[in-house]
Design a protein around this ligand. Structure first.
Ligand SMILES: [Fe+2]
Length: 288
């Protein structure tokens, strides 16, 4: 396996953010009894060694959702806890399966296109994931993972994927948002625009009612995530679901599709935005 250096930052006492080369953030949390890895990354290098260097306790691997940049690295571990609604993703054909070398390579190549030779890995060296060696353990909304003095509570917000979740760590007042919040929220599941946004909003409103329980938000692609993006995304979804926003065609390089804008954020609907995702453009969303 290719050995490269990850950038690791301790964001709170016993909580680390591991930056997988601007593609995604994985997080490690340590309690008094055990630890947790939150998202396994794309699997471009030896993430497990990084985790093992941070914690000596037994640890559980959790995923916010079944996308290639969040579960593609699961081959380095034996078990994955993920919401039950995302378990069927692992049965998808090669071109859609989040752990396939095809999908993982796709996001690596987009990262290289965005960041060039600064990225210290070669997509040709991706190790295939053997799902027969991994036990997927489903959880449901409200599941609590107790690490000892530190708990992760799963809050299900379907929309980005069927099983997408946030994790609330009440003891530290930290929310791990996955891809449910950011500058751009991508809702690729079926239905009309308003149906998709309404479905996401039902889950997100559960979280909104608990927004007094966290101060810091750490997301899959932003660490930390600006609080205003969290409130703007809720506002954008409420207005779009009420028919108060008109979509704009958002077109930039490979990426195109209807986008609802409010404040500093946008909600992208068209599946093309997932297939042709280019996060250089997501990062530039602020300009809209
Ligand atoms: Fe995602």
């Amino acid at each position: 396996m290719e050995q490269v250096t990850y950038h690791v930052q301790e964001i709170a006492n016993g909580i680390w953010a591991i930056d997988e080369f601007s593609m995604v953030y994985c997080y490690v949390l340590e309690g008094s009894k055990s630890a947790a890895v939150l998202d396994a990354g794309t699997g471009v290098s030896d993430l497990k060694s990084v985790v093992d260097s941070l914690v000596s306790k037994p640890y559980t691997v959790l995923a916010t959702h079944a996308h290639m940049d969040h579960v593609g690295g699961i081959g380095q571990f034996h078990e994955l806890h993920i919401h039950s609604a995302d378990i069927p993703c692992f049965e998808f054909p090669e071109q859609m399966n989040p752990v396939s070398t095809f999908k993982r390579r796709q996001i690596c190549e987009r990262a290289i296109a965005a960041y060039g030779d600064a990225l210290p890995f070669d997509p040709d060296n991706l190790e295939p994931v053997d799902l027969s060696q991994i036990t997927c353990l489903p959880f449901e909304d409200g599941a609590v993972f107790d690490l000892g003095g530190r708990t992760l509570e799963a809050i299900h917000i379907p929309g980005h994927t069927k099983g997408s979740c946030c994790f609330l760590v009440r003891e530290d007042r930290v929310l791990f948002a996955g891809d449910n919040f950011g500058l751009a929220l991508i809702l690729p599941l079926g239905g009309s625009d308003r149906e998709r946004i309404q479905a996401w909003l039902e889950g997100a409103e559960k979280l909104s009612r608990r927004s007094g329980e966290f101060d810091l938000i750490c997301a899959g692609h932003y660490c930390p995530l600006e609080r205003s993006w969290f409130t703007d995304m809720l506002s954008c979804a409420r207005k779009a679901a009420a028919g108060e926003l008109a979509p704009q065609l958002w077109e930039a390089d490979e990426m195109r599709g209807p986008m609802y804008h409010d404040g500093s954020v946008g909600i992208a609907i068209d599946p093309e935005n997932v297939r042709n995702r280019d996060f250089r453009r997501i990062r530039q969303l602020r300009r809209y």
